[in-house]
Design a protein around this ligand. Structure first.
Ligand SMILES: Cc1cc2nc3c(=O)[nH]c(=O)nc-3n(C[C@H](O)[C@H](O)[C@H](O)COP(=O)(O)OP(=O)(O)OC[C@H]3O[C@@H](n4cnc5c(N)ncnc54)[C@H](O)[C@@H]3O)c2cc1C
Length: 409
């Protein structure tokens, strides 16, 4: 084993959006970090995932690396119109004059995750933080004084703390003996990105269509982002998600939902059953390892809480580690790390519940939910609140977790 011991006090497993945010948040607090990433520098991250970035996340990123939040704002788009249809008929539409609000940072922006990550890479370079590529964390050993990590290539790394931001299949989570607990969605969802057509005058609107005739009665969500559209189709009983997500079948969906001009513009498609799970603990017994992002929790994307809450985890992990590094007693070190776990486990429970409510509503085939939706649709012409309820419900409740110190999720 070669001794590649680092001088950084903090090791980070994973260079996804959460690991990179953690490194930036530590740097902003004067703490060096070493990022260990399993994949190679030339990897392809093109399968777009997060597009909806909340204002609180943009503010966090701006705070830890001035210019990063505003770069994402400049790159992203804020759609002014929200619209809902029910079986072919419009039940709600509202256009805002100033959809992002009045400050430098809007309420949200819509930008592909791959672009967000590109800006994070630039920010890391500006801050002088290197990513160690091809460094897959394999073994984690903690003690009351620190952490020893071995990567799959046999190298050894030591730090005072380790942030496990190595995604849903986290090795760090397994190494500290934490387990995922939770459920999986009943329905599968087809998610595709469709490239925008140059000079197309398509309305920038987020559209939810219940039982859309163009998708043979499936629910359809269409969301614009810079350079394209996110198309989300909810499978129904008897569907074969593999077959439906074939290129040929997706071209048909795109033609029927968006029009013939778009049918050659499929950039990426995948089918998902969404997991709704969180680790039974976010920290190790020695209070030296902190899980963050999808290593700690996996959420259905309705309400867009996945990456957003992962970046809040990253910022809070950095804050806890900064306080722990300055601590003069071991008990205070333990306290700071335990407070991190208390806050972020609570936040994850809240976010899981919110995403779960959205999922339950979308999947809800029980007679009460079906009747509620139909009643609201039939009243929407006379009562705007009925249409607004239909427009709002697929994304779950608006609230944010009760215990938050820096971010909102
Ligand atoms: C279809 C879809 C739509 C979504 N939409 C949204 C949205 O609009 N808004 C939102 O907030 N979220 C959304 N999400 C969720 C969001 O994509 C994730 O929450 C986010 O990518 C999690 O980031 P992460 O850094 O925790 O994990 P990842 O992005 O998975 O990154 C983990 C990193 O760790 C590396 N790694 C893995 N194992 C190891 C190891 N052993 N050692 C070292 N490195 C390792 C991986 O290579 C990777 O680089 C969506 C997700 C999906 C699937």
């Amino acid at each position: 084993m070669s001794g590649d011991t680092t001088a950084s006090p903090v090791l980070i497993a994973g260079a996804g959006p959460v690991g990179m945010s953690a490194a930036l948040a530590l740097h902003a607090r004067g703490i060096d970090a070493t990022i260990l990433e399993a994949e190679s520098a030339d990897r392809d991250r093109s399968g777009s995932r997060a597009i909806y970035v909340h204002g609180s996340t943009l503010r966090t990123l701006e705070r830890v690396h001035p210019g990063l939040g505003t770069d994402l704002v400049d790159e992203g788009l804020v759609w002014p119109t929200r619209r809902t249809l029910f079986r072919g008929a419009e039940v709600f539409s509202r256009t805002y004059d100033s959809p992002g609000g009045s400050g430098d940072i809007p309420h949200f922006t819509s930008v592909p995750q791959v672009v967000t990550e590109d800006y994070m890479h630039d920010a890391l370079a500006e801050a002088g933080i290197d990513i160690h590529w091809d460094a897959e964390v394999d073994i984690v050993e903690s003690s009351p004084d620190g952490v020893r990590v071995e990567t799959a290539d046999g190298r050894e790394w030591r730090g005072e703390f380790l942030i496990g931001a190595d995604g849903g299949g986290s090795t760090v989570r397994k190494e500290i003996g934490a387990n995922f607990e939770g459920d999986q969605s009943e329905n599968a969802f087809l998610i595709a990105d469709i490239e925008e057509i140059e000079d197309e005058q398509r309305e920038l609107e987020r559209v939810f269509h219940y039982d859309a005739p163009a998708a043979d009665g499936r629910n359809v969500l269409l969301v614009p982002f810079t350079g394209g559209w996110r198309l989300d189709i909810q499978c129904i009983e008897g569907d074969d998600p593999e077959e439906l997500s074939s290129e040929e079948r997706m071209r048909e969906f795109i033609r029927d939902i968006m029009g013939e001009r778009y049918e050659d513009n499929l950039q990426w498609v995948s089918s998902y059953y969404f997991l709704q799970v969180m680790a039974d603990t976010f920290i190790d017994d020695d209070r030296r390892v902190l899980l963050a992002g999808e290593a700690a929790h996996l959420l259905a994307p309705f309400g867009a809480r996945g990456m957003n809450s992962g970046i809040a985890d990253a910022d809070e992990a950095a804050s806890a580690i900064a306080a722990a590094i300055d601590a003069k007693t071991d008990a205070v070190v333990r306290d700071e790390v335990e407070l991190y776990a208390a806050r972020r486990e609570k936040a994850a429970e809240f976010n899981l519940d919110a995403a779960g409510q959205a999922l339950e509503y979308l999947q809800g085939e029980d007679p009460v939910t079906v009747l509620q939706k139909e009643a609201a649709a039939s009243l929407a012409d006379q009562f705007e609140t009925a249409g607004e309820w239909l427009d709002d419900a697929p994304y779950g409740p608006h609230g944010t977790p009760p215990i938050v110190s820096t971010g909102n999720y």
